[in-house]
Design a protein around this ligand. Sequence first.
Ligand SMILES: [Zn+2]
Length: 71
Amino acid sequence: MEFYVCNKCGKIIGKKSEIIKEDFIHIKKQWGYFSEKDGEIHEFSLCEKCYDEILKGFKVPADISEAKEVM
Ligand SMILES: [Zn+2]
């Protein structure tokens, strides 16, 4: 696909060949032997709004810390 699309809400995040002025999550996961999906590659994107909604559903909150400025 030519665009990054939020898989949850369907919003177009940006064109893959251009600079995307919106931050988002992109996950690509190759499942391994100890899963029921051995060898499958799953790939999806989430916009920031949908990411926030998913985080709200966590029983144990995600670890959030400040990024250190690299000198
Ligand atoms: Zn979304």
